[in-house]
Design a protein around this ligand. Structure first.
Ligand code: ADP
Ligand code: MG
Length: 261
């Protein structure tokens, strides 16, 4: 029987940044209802993958396909990918003068849910508040956070919570979260992991990209992949996560994984 549900299928993906090939033929499939993690050392191309799925213009797909819900999305704009149900936890533009986090979230929800001024169904401030309050509790975030300006003085942990809040509000079919490499404290890590777990269910698929082994303890993904040299060199289940935690990545390089140039 054919599996149902949406999936994100990445096939033979080659990506270049400024003419340098970073992704070298990456294959990956993530379905609704599944929790995946990609691990890999710094420089293996993890953020390049996240940015490419997001549709960042700097990342050029030179070969391969990114198929979401049966359609090739690799030429779509970022917001169209989001409307299709793909969530890409990403840095919002570094500076949007005068835009509060709450204003940003509300317009993101309106956009993803196809609400428009013309149709007269934009979320009101009050409706939005009701929806967001409950999520803030889960993330242990103060509602004062919402009135701050985008990225103005957000700490690493706050940025991560902000991203996760966005994910919870948009309720995507599949979410891609790239762990920033910089100072995410263990509490933030737990909150991110718990929020992802809380969302998990038959209609939610996740792909968490990280070089922290530790997050796997909280996330307990069903599928673990190791990325080296711009492609997935090994996939497995929870046992692979434990092996990585104990042994790191060196053994994979030695055993025929592609060596880094
Ligand atoms: P990871 O997230 O696994 O640490 P990255 O995807 O950030 O790996 O980087 C992989 C390689 O691509 C590195 O050699 C990095 O220097 C290069 N790279 C990534 N993004 C850019 C960029 N925007 N401009 C130039 N080089 C980049
Ligand atoms: Mg990275």
């Amino acid at each position: 029987m054919a599996k149902t549900g949406f999936s994100l299928e990445i096939k033979g993906l080659h990506v270049s940044v400024e003419s340098k090939e970073i992704l070298t033929g990456l294959d990956l499939s993530v379905r609704q209802g599944e929790a995946h993690a990609i691990m890999g050392p710094n420089g293996s191309g993890k953020s390049t993958l996240a940015n490419t799925i997001l549709g960042h213009p700097k990342y050029e797909v030179t070969d391969g396909r990114i198929i979401f819900g049966g359609k090739d999305v690799s030429k779509l704009e970022t917001d169209e990918r989001a409307k299709a149900g793909l969530f890409l936890a990403m840095q919002y533009p570094t500076e949007i003068p005068g835009v509060t986090f709450s204003g940003f979230l509300r317009s993101a929800m309106n956009s993803v849910q196809g609400r428009t001024e013309k149709r007269g169904d934009l979320l009101s401030v009050v409706e939005f508040r009701d929806i967001v309050e409950e999520k803030l509790k889960v993330l242990k975030m103060d509602s004062g956070f919402l009135e701050r300006y985008l990225n103005e003085g957000f700490s690493g942990g706050e940025k991560k919570r902000a991203e996760v809040l966005q994910m919870m509000l948009l309720a995507p079919k599949i979410a891609v979260l790239d762990e920033t490499d910089s100072g995410l404290d263990i509490d933030s890590l737990k909150i991110v992991a718990l929020a992802v777990k809380r969302m998990s269910g038959p209609s939610f698929g996740s792909l968490v990209i990280t070089h922290y082994h530790r997050i796997l303890r909280y996330l307990a993904p069903d599928h673990v992949h190791v990325m080296l040299g711009g492609r997935i060199v090994r996939s497995g289940g929870p046992a692979l996560a434990r092996t990585l935690e104990a042994k790191g990545y060196g053994w994979l390089r030695e055993r025929g994984g592609p060596r880094r140039k």
